[in-house]
Design a protein around this ligand. Structure first.
Ligand code: CMC
Length: 438
C-alpha cells in the first residue's frame, strides 16, 4: 500500500487545468496521510484570473489538519489516528479531550493533572450568575450557552491573548469545565429551580448530572450505566473535522478573535437543525409520527415528495455508506434502555423507520443513512435530559474539538478566512433621489 500510494502521489504532484482560450494552468497537488489528493488552487486567480465556485464548500478543503480523519465511503472516523470504536468503548471523555487538543493520549499523571484543573475551574464567577437571572425563563438554552461562553471573555481577560502553551492550557480547562456548568445552570434557571454548585469530589460526567438533577438535600447519584452512556455520547460528538460549527470556529478565529468568542460562535452554528439541532428535530419527528395517524410509509412518501420535509437524522455531507457513530449509538441505546429496564416506543419507531428508509430507492440512490443524531436523542431522553437541552449536550461534547481546531490554526498562523464570490447582481447604475423614484 505504501509503495502504491507513493507512486500515485509522485505521478500526480501537478494537476493541469485547461481553461477557455486554450490556456492551461499548472496546479500543485497535495497528498494527505491516507492518500487523499487535493488540487491546491490558492494561486489560481493570480495565474489565470479565475476563482473556483463551490456552493456549501462540498468540494473544498479549507485547511490541512492533523486532528480528525474521516473516510465517508468506508465509514471510518479516527481522532488523532485512534478509531472511534475503541475510544467510544474504552476511554473517558476528558482523555479524548486531551488527545484532540494536545495530539497524544495523556499519561496517567497528565490525565490526573487535567482532571484536577477541570475540577478547579468548574465554578463560574458569581457575577455571571446575575447575567443568568437576566434571561427570560423560556430563553433557548443554546442562546444562553453561546452568550455565557462569550461572557467568559469579560471574566478572564488575561486569556484573551495566547502568549504561550500555559495560557492555552488554562483557557482549555476553563472552557471544557465551565461549558457543562453553564449548561446545567441554564437548565436549572429555565425550570425555576436553584442552581447546584459543582461538587469537586465528582468526575466530569457525574458532576454534570449532579448539577442538572440534584435537589436540595437529595443528591443525584447517576447509575453507572448512565455515566457510561453519557461518556460515550460526549466522546462520539467530540470532533468531526471541518463540520459547520468547527469551520465557523476556525473562520472566526482566523481574524484573531479569542478562544471564547470563537467557540461561542461555534455554538450558534451548531444550533441549526441541519447540524446539531437535528438531534431535537429527530425526536420531534419521531414523536409526531408516534402521536399522529401517519404510517411510516406515508411519512417516507412525504419526505420524498415535499421539498420542505426531510428525514431528520438521515444523510451526511461526508458519510456515503454509514456513519460509524450511529451504529455505536444504536447499540448503546439498546444497552442503556435494557440496563435501566425502560422501553421507549420512539426507539422502536426509529429502528422501523431506518429499515423502511434503507430499502427505499430514494434513500439508496442518494446514499442517505442514519447519522449521529438519529439515535442520540433516545439515549439523552433515557438519561432524563429534556429535549430543549439536546443540542447543548452536543455542544459540551464538541467543545474539545472546537478548541483543538482553534489551537491548530493558531499555531499554523493561518491567513484570515476570506472567500471570494461570483457577483450576479445589477451592473453599475446611478443613484435616483427618493422623489424621482416611482
Ligand atoms: N431527507 C430527505 N432527503 C434528503 C436528506 C434527508 N435527511 N438529506 C439529503 N437529502 C436529499 C436532498 O434532498 C438531495 O436530493 P436531490 O439530489 O434530489 O435534490 C440529496 O439528498 C443531496 O442532499 P444535499 O442537501 O445536497 O446534501 P448535503 O450534503 O448538502 O446535506 C445534510 C447534508 C446532513 C445537511 C442533509 O443530509 C440533511 O439535511 N439531513 C437532515 C438533517 C440532519 O440529520 N442533520 C445532521 C447531520 S449529522 C450531524 C451534524 O452535522 O450535526
Amino acid at each position: 500500500m505504501g509503495d502504491l500510494a507513493e507512486a500515485d502521489a509522485t505521478k500526480t504532484t501537478t494537476a493541469h487545468l485547461k481553461l477557455p482560450g486554450d490556456k492551461t494552468v499548472e496546479l500543485p497537488v497535495t497528498v494527505g496521510t491516507e492518500d487523499e489528493h487535493a488540487v491546491d488552487i490558492s494561486k489560481l486567480r493570480g495565474a489565470s484570473g479565475y476563482i473556483t465556485l463551490d456552493n456549501g464548500f462540498g468540494n473544498t478543503g479549507s485547511c490541512s489538519s492533523k486532528i480528525c480523519y474521516i473516510d465517508g465511503e468506508k465509514g471510518i472516523l479516527r481522532y488523532r489516528g485512534h478509531p472511534i470504536e475503541q475510544l467510544a468503548t474504552q476511554s473517558r471523555f476528558i482523555e479524548v479531550a486531551w488527545l484532540l487538543i494536545w495530539g497524544e493520549l495523556p499519561t496517567p499523571s497528565q490525565l490526573a493533572a487535567f482532571s484536577e484543573e477541570l475540577t478547579a475551574n468548574a465554578m463560574l464567577h458569581e457575577g455571571m450568575l446575575h447575567q443568568f437571572e437576566a434571561f427570560p425563563p423560556d430563553a433557548p438554552p443554546m442562546a444562553m450557552l453561546s452568550a455565557m461562553i462569550n461572557a467568559c471573555s469579560c471574566y478572564h481577560p488575561e486569556l484573551l491573548r495566547m502568549d504561550d502553551e500555559e495560557h492555552m492550557a488554562e483557557a482549555t480547562a476553563k472552557l471544557i469545565s465551565k461549558v457543562r456548568t453553564i449548561a446545567a445552570y441554564s437548565f436549572r434557571m429555565s425550570i425555576g429551580k436553584p442552581i447546584n454548585y459543582p461538587n469537586p469530589a465528582l468526575s466530569y460526567t457525574r458532576n454534570f448530572l449532579h448539577m442538572m438533577f440534584s435537589e436540595a438535600f437529595v443528591p443525584y447519584d447517576a447509575p453507572d450505566e448512565v455515566i457510561r452512556a453519557m461518556r460515550m455520547f460526549l466522546i462520539l460528538h467530540a470532533d468531526h473535522e471541518q463540520n459547520c460549527s468547527t469551520s465557523t470556529v476556525r473562520v472566526v478565529g482566523s481574524s484573531g478573535a479569542n478562544l471564547f468568542a470563537s467557540t461561542s460562535s461555534g455554538v450558534c452554528a451548531l444550533w441549526g437543525p441541519l447540524h446539531g439541532g437535528a438531534n431535537v428535530a429527530v425526536i420531534n419527528m419521531l414523536q409526531h409520527i408516534h402521536d399522529s395517524d401517519t404510517s411510516l410509509s406515508q411519512y417516507i412518501e412525504k419526505v420524498k415528495t415535499d421539498p420542505n420535509t426531510r428525514l431528520m437524522g438521515f444523510g451526511h455531507r461526508v458519510y456515503k455508506n454509514f456513519d460509524p457513530r450511529a451504529l455505536i449509538l444504536k447499540d448503546a441505546a439498546d444497552d442503556l434502555l435494557n440496563a435501566l429496564g425502560l422501553s421507549d416506543p420512539l426507539l422502536d419507531l426509529a429502528k422501523e423507520l431506518e429499515q423502511v428508509a434503507l430499502h427505499d430507492e430514494y434513500f439508496i440512490e442518494r446514499k442517505l443513512y442514519p447519522n449521529v443524531d438519529f439515535y442520540s436523542g433516545v439515549i439523552l431522553k433515557a438519561i432524563g435530559i429534556p429535549v430543549n437541552m439536546f443540542t447543548v449536550m452536543f455542544a459540551i461534547g464538541r467543545m474539545p474539538g472546537w478548541i483543538a481546531h482553534w489551537y491548530e490554526q493558531f499555531q499554523q498562523t493561518a491567513r484570515i478566512a476570506r472567500p471570494r464570490q461570483v457577483y450576479t447582481g445589477a451592473g453599475e447604475r446611478d443613484y435616483v433621489p427618493a422623489d424621482k423614484r416611482g
